[in-house]
Design a protein around this ligand. Structure first.
Ligand code: MSP
Length: 645
């Protein structure tokens, strides 16, 4: 049996941030876990380098597109190398083999009759680079995401007969309830498919930075749609269409993806595979999004967490541990230094690090660092049995992709060990002359630490290797089988004194949250007025201004509008009988949670409008410049509903 796990391939239009690091860490952890169990494992990562966005980014940077892609791709690869990510292949979609494989796949789907040529006609929002069906437009014209006017575009395109696969996909989801993980995410995919699948435009003529059409089709005007090209990486990396020796790894066991790209992986990708007569991946596992201190990360806000900065300050394995432990897989997570430091100090330093220190201390004092496990069963059967039971249950958490539960359970072993030391107080036993009992407790604790370290290895490979070497053993498949599966204890062994692994962290090691934007000194009001007069020529009467009802509101509830990149759904208290529902295009700048219980300024007498199917009964005031968007808020709290004017 072999295993095949993948990360998404990362776009080369910016550097890696903490979200990318998260997907890579979870995939690396699973790959290492499988290898520890003795499974032959192939771990794929890489970069996604075609498409209009990359072409434009290169232009903005005044670089030839290929050179730009080379440079950014290298930053990802170097970072993963520095983090010692154990990938087996780093694929680039500009690799010649990949392109040839994509062309082969396209040709096969075309020859099968699943791809045909037609015209694409649709309402296109240039700002969002998205086509919208007429039914989704506001007033038949405006973009449901950003509200801008859309234009009708007609262009020649090749289409994939996605509509043919609607029922086949639904049948597949039903027969494979674990295809999409966590299971709670499956419904949104199923509902999307049930809503009807339209054939998918799989080529573009509006730009040229993409995989060319297969020679047999010979249509130079077109390049391939970047998602078709990108998804194929999972098979071209195994040599699809060329040297297929590695195709034995197919189907993939798990494609790890962020929730934003689940649809591509759970709908388009399986449909392409069905068309290619290839088996489908066993699981698509979708994780949530990371925010920083409760706010969405964005370049314009300057609050992006750079994994290298964090790793330089705290160590990459501490970061891995934090990210895997902090968030239930599938849910959104928040990165804050406070939470990070708390976990390092309490879980890594106190629970784990201290245990090793105590073993070193006690064994040095009582037995010249030599540990003998001969009396462990006799005096500590209860603890050993409890720990073995925990170890037995860990695999299920890994198979269900619940790393946080896995670690939570694993930590119970450190709890057992620390408790045993307190309860059996080896120092007191030594004084009472019960040396064998004292040494049995030290041996128990050392064995528990050894077993737990084996299972922690996929999460913190280097740290656990250090622990293992302090306990004079090696972590590998053999010790996994011996200590974990067969529940053996270590033979007589010697403890090597090593410096503390997790020194306590007292102060944040990185600059705290981004410095707040300096508040510009207010201009005297009069001057401002004069300024305004000079600049504005569409002057209005004061009465006209008062036609707009502006009020202070308090956000009582905030959620994301499903499938929208920009919209949040807010319930805002305006001092009326019930809160107003307001759909606001601010998701890129504020997370839903961060808005709850904050105050906003609302245009309260706008005609209600529907945005992506949700009624909006008002509008928030906000200011946007090149650094991003800021909500206008009262300077001091005011009662909900207080008029502004
Ligand atoms: N190129 C596509 C994937 C193609 S796979 C065939 C892509 N690239 S990406 O660079 O934009 O995103 C890569 C991954 O990073 C996605 O899984 C995405 O969900 C994840 N993240 C991007 N920002 C994120 C956070 N703030 N938090 C967590 N993950 C996020 O999409």
């Amino acid at each position: 049996m072999s295993k095949y796990v993948t990360t998404p391939i990362y776009y080369v239009n910016g550097e890696a941030h903490i979200g990318h690091a998260y997907t890579t860490f979870i995939t690396d952890t699973v790959a290492r876990y499988e290898r520890l169990k003795g499974e032959e494992t192939f771990f794929l990562t890489g970069t996604d380098e075609h498409g209009q966005k990359i072409e434009e980014s290169a232009k903005k940077n005044n670089k030839p597109t290929q050179q730009f892609a080379d440079e950014i791709s290298a930053t990802f690869k170097n970072l993963w190398d520095e983090f010692e990510i154990s990938y087996d292949k780093f694929i680039r979609t500009t690799d010649a083999d990949h392109k040839a494989g994509v062309q082969k796949a396209f040709e096969r789907m075309y020859n099968k009759g699943d791809i045909y040529k037609d015209f694409y006609e649709g309402h296109y929002c240039v700002s969002c680079e998205t086509f919208f069906p007429e039914t989704q437009l506001e007033d038949g014209e405006f973009c449901p995401d950003c509200g801008r006017s859309t234009s009708v575009i007609k262009e020649e395109s090749y289409f994939f007969k996605l509509s043919n696969y609607e029922q086949k996909l639904l049948d597949y989801y039903e027969a494979h309830p674990d295809f999409i993980l966590p299971r709670s995410r499956a419904n949104e995919v199923i509902n999307f498919v049930k809503g009807g699948l339209r054939d998918l435009s799989v080529t573009r003529t509006s730009f040229s930075w993409g995989v060319k059409m297969p020679e047999s089709i010979n249509d130079d005007k077109h390049v391939m749609y970047v998602w078709l090209d990108a998804l194929m990486n999972y098979i071209t990396a195994l040599g699809y269409g060329k040297d297929e020796a590695k195709m034995d790894f197919w189907p993939a066991d798990i494609h790890f993806v962020g929730k934003d790209i689940l649809r591509f992986h759970a709908i388009y990708w399986p449909a392409f595979l069905m068309s290619l007569d290839l088996p489908l991946p066993k699981h698509i596992a979708a994780h949530g999004w990371w925010t920083r201190d409760g706010e969405k990360m964005s370049k314009s806000k300057g609050n992006v967490v750079h994994p290298k900065e964090v790793a330089d300050a705290y160590g990459v394995e501490n970061l891995r541990y934090f990210m895997m432990r902090e968030v239930p897989f599938g849910q959104d997570g928040d990165f804050s230094q406070r939470a990070f430091i708390d976990r390092i100090n309490s879980e890594l330093s106190n629970d784990l690090g201290n245990l090793l220190n105590r073993i070193i201390g006690m064994s040095g004092k009582y037995s010249a660092f030599v540990i003998d496990s001969k009396d462990v069963q006799k005096y500590h059967e209860k603890e050993i049995t409890a720990a073995n039971e925990i170890l037995d249950n860990l695999d299920a958490f890994m198979q269900n992709i619940q790393p946080h539960r896995y670690l939570e359970e694993l930590w119970k072993i450190f709890g057992i060990a620390n408790k045993a030391i307190e309860e059996h107080a080896p120092w007191a036993k030594m004084k009472e002359g019960k040396e064998d009992m004292a040494l049995a407790t030290v041996a128990l604790v050392a064995n528990l630490l050894a077993k737990a370290s084996v299972m922690l290895h996929p999460f913190m490979p280097k740290t656990t290797n250090k622990i293992a070497s302090a306990l004079s053993f090696t972590i590998d498949t053999k010790s996994y089988e011996d200590l974990v599966l067969n529940k053996n204890l270590l033979e007589t062994f010697t403890i090597e004194k090593i410096p503390p692994l997790f020194p306590r962290i007292e102060e944040p090691l990185m600059p705290e949250e981004q410095p707040k934007q300096e508040v510009k000194k207010e201009q005297p009001k009069k001057e401002q007025k004069v300024e305004t007069k000079k600049e504005e020529d569409n002057l209005i009467e004061i009465g006209q201004f008062f036609e707009t009802s502006l009020k202070v509101g308090t956000v009582v509830e905030a959620t994301e509008v499903p499938k929208s990149k920009k919209l949040l759904l807010l319930q805002v208290d305006l001092g009326e009988e019930k809160p107003r529902q307001i759909v606001a295009g601010i998701k890129e700048f504020y997370s839903a949670e961060s808005l709850v219980n904050t105050q906003v300024c609302v245009v309260a007498n706008l005609k209600p409008a529907k945005l992506m199917g949700h009624l909006s009964e008002g509008m928030l005031l906000a200011a946007k410049d090149e650094d991003g968007l800021a909500l206008v808020r009262p300077e001091k709290p005011k009662k909900s509903g207080t008029p502004i004017g």
